[in-house]
Design a protein around this ligand. Structure first.
Ligand code: GSH
Length: 206
């Protein structure tokens, strides 16, 4: 399997899952700063010009974080990356959708790419501030899920933890917004997992 990734981007969450599962994978770096996502070569893999994308051994291409994470969970059922109980599986998707579908594109992207939301340069700081608010509110909501002392969002490690990890990396690693206490503890627990340490080391992150 090939993983098209950018160091420290949301593809880090998929990289973590691949390491957790011990699946052999070849990383193909797409330099977003240099605009490589818009190259004809990469658009032939993902016409949406985004990482992550994976190419399976039979040549099939999968895009979208949620779809890739679910594929990995479904093809490695013993790892229980999505809870077996339908209601817990729904809770898992609830969290992943909120993180990947709201905090990431509406919170973090406003902070780092305000130009995509503000045609007028003078509005950029307002857009960044909106992003910080959305991002911080998201962490506060998720913090409440962890207040009962559980280590992982669904009780045992799941794709939701990998999703929370990549946005926590953006908050803490890039000092975007402060992490509330329980999410900060979750981030520390994630970094202590050997698979996470390997993914970070391979992407040369600290
Ligand atoms: N909905 C997509 C979003 C992926 C996404 O936004 N990836 C970012 C990196 S975190 C990207 O490739 N950005 C390049 C760009 O927007 O030009 C997913 O969940 O996979």
């Amino acid at each position: 399997m090939k993983l098209f990734y950018t160091p420290g981007a949301c593809s880090l969450g998929i990289h973590v899952l691949l390491e957790e599962l011990g699946l052999p994978h070849e990383g193909v770096l797409v330099n977003l700063r240099e605009g490589q996502q818009f190259s004809d070569e990469f658009r032939a893999i993902n016409p949406k010009a985004k990482v992550p994308a994976v190419v399976l051994d039979d040549g099939a291409v999968l895009t979208e974080w949620i779809a890739i994470a679910h594929y990995l969970a479904a093809t490695n059922p013993d790892a229980r990356l999505v809870p077996a109980s339908p209601v817990e599986a729904a809770r898992c998707n609830e969290l992943v959708a909120y993180i990947n579908g709201w905090m990431h594109p509406q919170g973090f992207t406003r902070i780092f790419r305000p130009d995509r939301f503000a045609p007028n340069p003078e509005d950029k700081e307002t857009v960044r501030e909106q992003g910080r608010k959305i991002f911080a509110e998201g962490f506060d909501l998720i913090d409440k899920v962890l207040t009962d002392g559980r280590d992982w969002l669904l009780g045992s490690f799941s794709i939701a933890d990998a999703a929370l990890f990549y946005v926590s990396f953006w908050a803490e690693g890039r000092q975007t917004v402060p992490l509330p206490a329980h999410v900060a503890a979750h981030y520390a627990r994630m970094k202590a997992r050997p698979a996470v340490a390997r993914a970070m080391e391979q992407e040369r992150l600290s």
